[in-house]
Design a protein around this ligand. Structure first.
Ligand SMILES: [Ca+2]
Length: 120
């Protein structure tokens, strides 16, 4: 017996929803967490940042990380990135631009991009 068309339609719909949910949960959660913790002012590099806050190129992968992303990954040590991991690397200057990660994040600059610095 053939399955009715509506069951095929429902099956395809469920598959599409699952695919979208998997994609959405991939990693933007880390970016949302970063923005939640440091609440950057509108218009700053950090407020405008996408995956490049931690990754070195698009589309982002687990291995294409900028210096800040690498420090974060090292600190998280395989566990999901959480507040503790962000806090643990605040004193570092991941991108070696002379500003600590915390100073950059508080100013809305990108701690993994030496071209993005807090204004003096
Ligand atoms: Ca820095």
């Amino acid at each position: 017996m053939r399955a009715p068309r509506w069951t095929i339609l429902i099956g395809l719909t469920v598959l599409c929803i699952a695919a979208v949910a998997t994609w959405a949960a991939a990693k933007p959660a880390d970016l949302a967490l970063l923005k939640q913790f440091y609440a950057p002012k509108e218009g700053t590099d950090l407020a405008k940042a996408n995956c490049l806050a931690c990754h070195s190129k698009m589309p982002p992968t687990k291995t294409d990380l900028n210096p800040y992303g690498k420090d974060l990954q090292k600190t998280a040590a395989g566990k999901p990135v959480d507040e503790k991991a962000f806090r643990a690397i605040e004193k570092l200057d991941s991108d070696k631009d002379g500003f600590s990660n915390l100073d950059e994040l508080k100013a809305g600059a990108l701690p993994g991009d030496p071209k993005s610095k807090p204004r003096r």
